[in-house]
Design a protein around this ligand. Structure first.
Ligand SMILES: Nc1ncnc2c1ncn2[C@@H]1O[C@H](COP(=O)(O)OP(=O)(O)O)[C@@H](O)[C@H]1O
Ligand SMILES: [Mg+2]
Length: 309
């Protein structure tokens, strides 16, 4: 697909007053009624320098992983960064169904599975989407074969594939790579965590979401100790934010667990739920929506040069 026919991610139409306030600590004194969603950027938070690999992870389904992957990709693409998203969820392959890889005619269709089984390089499994600056490594149901056939070196396969690409081309092909993990902690997810620089954790607002955080915490610890000491948690996205006492408690709790992570609310928006049906990022489908704005603002804070679009 030629660059000229790809759809560019738009700038957003919001007024400055629509943006979320950025704070460095939660103010526990603020009465509930006047509490507004704020982005917490603690003093210990360090934005990432491109090139960077983010892993969007939470073993709970429906937490907002795929939405977070797509909207951060859209926001970063709007800033002019070259972004690759990688679908690592065989159960849903929702990312591939949302962003639709544009396969060239007459060549074999590779996917993330092909990379695990050494059938092609990561670059050969990467396809353009219909959207400018966003390419995708798709997944299908057959990615599950990695879990039971356990190809040699699967745990480190993605990290090795990314490193090999840099060696071959002399530089990373993309400014930002976003990995959309599966809602399980199997071999593919461990491989994804092993390849990442920073974990981004989307979190729904419910008691079970909070409980699930403990096991994610343990998994990240194990990966840090055994396969990827450089992994840190960069941000937690509260993906179904509403004005409730529980949302506030959750935000406070998360910032205790991850004191150096950004904690970013994403306001609930029906447009976010509709966008996958339209096969477009929310940013393009409904640029006026709060979800597009909230992700855009967080995306700007995640990277070192802090540009927001
Ligand atoms: N900010 C939001 N407002 C409303 N609905 C949302 C929002 N973020 C995600 N959703 C919806 O929540 C559901 C789960 O999100 P998804 O990104 O698929 O989670 P996961 O990838 O973790 O399973 C989807 O139907 C999605 O459209
Ligand atoms: Mg998903």
């Amino acid at each position: 697909m030629s660059d000229a026919t790809r759809l560019a991610m738009p700038a957003l139409p919001h007024a400055p007053g629509d943006r979320l306030e950025v704070v460095s600590t939660w103010n526990a004194e603020t009465p509930y009624q006047s509490w507004r969603p704020q982005i917490l950027v603690p003093d210990g938070f360090r934005p990432s320098a491109a090139p960077v690999t983010f892993v969007v992870v939470n073993q709970k389904g429906g937490a907002g992983k795929t939405t977070t992957t797509v909207e951060l990709a859209a926001a970063l693409a709007a800033m002019g960064l070259r972004v690759r998203v990688i679908d690592a969820d065989h159960q849903e392959a929702a990312l591939s169904a949302w962003l639709l890889p544009q396969y060239p005619e007459g060549s074999p269709r590779h996917s993330l599975r092909s990379v695990f089984f050494d059938e092609c390089t990561l670059a050969e499994a990467t396809y353009p989407t219909r959207f400018g600056n966003i390419d995708i490594v798709p997944a299908g149901l057959d990615l599950v074969r990695v879990e039971y056939e356990r190809p040699i070196g699967a745990e480190g396969a993605l990290a090795a594939a990314l490193a090999r690409e840099v060696e071959e081309h002399g530089k990373p092909l993309y400014d930002v790579t976003l990995l959309d993990a599966a809602p399980s902690l199997g071999l593919v997810t461990v491989s994804v965590l092993t390849a990442g620089d920073r974990a981004l954790v989307p979190l729904g607002i419910g008691g079970l979401d909070l409980k699930g955080m403990a096991s994610l915490h343990r998994t990240i610890r194990v990966v840090q100790n055994k396969t990827n000491p450089k992994l840190t948690v960069g941000a937690v996205f509260l993906t179904a934010w509403d004005k409730s006492g529980f949302a506030r408690q959750l935000a406070e709790r998360v910032s205790l667990d991850y004191p150096d992570a950004m904690v970013a609310p994403v306001r609930r928006s029906i447009r976010a739920a509709e966008a996958p049906i339209a096969e477009q990022p929310v940013r393009l489908y409904a640029p006026e929506s709060t979800a597009a704005l909230d992700y855009s603002q967080s995306a700007g804070l995640l990277l070192e040069w802090g540009v927001t679009a």
